[in-house]
Design a protein around this ligand. Structure first.
Ligand SMILES: [Zn+2]
Length: 341
């Protein structure tokens, strides 16, 4: 199917919350990793989300260009074309964008969608994250309000973050004393500021989650915080105000904690570290197994088939697709596609 349109994406998110499953939102940086996600989702008969980070966009644009928005557009255009060959829906999203990068990342991408819509073409991306979690909450929400008002005109969905996800992503490290647990008061303020605008948003609330990989047990998650936030918002603004939550930094989490988070309204779970490892692991295996082929050892000529990048990148695509399938299964999403083939 082509990339999900606004109505389909909304239906995806609502169905996930009602049925207590979540979509993996997988970071991609290249055609190969994007294709891996499409393959994994299709084999799981699950819809999903492909996302591009600022660093991923810069990488995709080429090391001589390093234009975050350009690389994100290139990946999105590929996905728009390639997704049409798969029997599932995929949504396109951009990951963490701090306030100082809005002008060079999210806003050029929004402008690109606005241009496309004016010309009668579909949105480039379905949703964008603005990460104002490093700012005081009122400044974070001042910027979120402005963005959401603009997004509303183009059927774009905004993801915001209240509280800080620990660890490191794309070279941005959270402060050691960062606020790792969102409070119900914070999320009530989010609802108070954003719910009247008439556009949809996703909320990355933090409950001890940490970016990057940690050994099982070293991440102290408190999913019950999500329940407290949902209960507070439903109690104050009514059932319809319940959030669609996003889970960042889930690597190393116990499955029962992930499932508890799904029970409390997490509909999108970001995955990067685990798929990065799956991708690289398969390449390492190839290099070790075909050492004499990928290298020209002792005056020999190596094995062209072994060192052709397609050989190991195809293995990596397959390995990453398998990891995507595992993520879908863990998020209770297998077989849930909206696509009627
Ligand atoms: Zn994140």
């Amino acid at each position: 199917m082509p990339v999900a349109d606004y109505a389909t994406y909304c239906e995806m998110l609502d169905r996930a919350r009602t049925n207590r499953f979540a979509y993996p939102a997988i970071n991609v940086t290249s055609l190969t990793t994007a294709n891996a996600v499409l393959k994994g989702l299709a084999e799981s008969r699950s819809d999903g989300i492909i996302q591009v980070s600022t660093g991923g966009g810069a990488f995709a644009s080429g090391s001589a260009v390093k234009d975050m928005a350009l690389g994100a557009i290139s990946i999105a255009e590929h996905v728009h074309r390639a997704a049409a060959r798969y029997p599932i829906y995929v949504a396109l999203h951009t990951d963490h964008c701090q306030a100082d990068k809005l002008d060079t990342y999210v806003l050029p991408l929004v402008a690109e969608t606005e241009r496309r819509r004016a010309a009668g073409f579909p949105n480039l991306f379905n949703s964008h994250m603005f990460d104002g979690s490093a700012l005081p909450l009122d400044e974070n929400l001042d910027l979120a309000v402005k963005l959401l008002e603009r997004f509303a005109k183009s059927e774009l969905i905004l993801e915001i973050e209240a509280g800080v996800v620990g660890g490191e992503e794309d070279g941005v490290r959270a402060e050691a004393n960062a606020k790792l647990y969102t409070t119900p008061e914070d999320t009530l303020e989010v609802a108070r500021r954003l719910n009247g605008i008439g556009a949809r948003y996703l909320l990355a609330a933090t409950f001890g989650n940490v970016h990057g990989v940690y050994k099982p047990g070293s991440v102290k998650l408190k999913p019950s915080i999500l329940k407290e936030c949902q209960d507070a918002v439903a109690g104050t603004f009514g059932e319809a105000a319940r959030f669609h939550l996003v889970f960042h930094g889930g690597s190393g989490s116990e499955l029962h904690e992930i499932h508890e988070a799904l029970d409390y309204g997490v509909v999108k779970m970001n995955i990067d570290t685990d798929t990065q490892y799956a991708f690289t692991r398969s390449i390492v295996r190839h290099m070790f197994m075909h050492y004499d082929g990928v290298l020209k050892v002792d005056g020999e000529v190596g094995d062209k088939k072994a060192y052709d990048p397609r050989t190991y990148l195809a293995l990596a695509e397959g390995a990453m697709a398998e990891r995507v399938k595992r993520a879908v299964a863990e998020l209770r999403g297998t077989g849930t596609t909206l696509f009627k083939g």
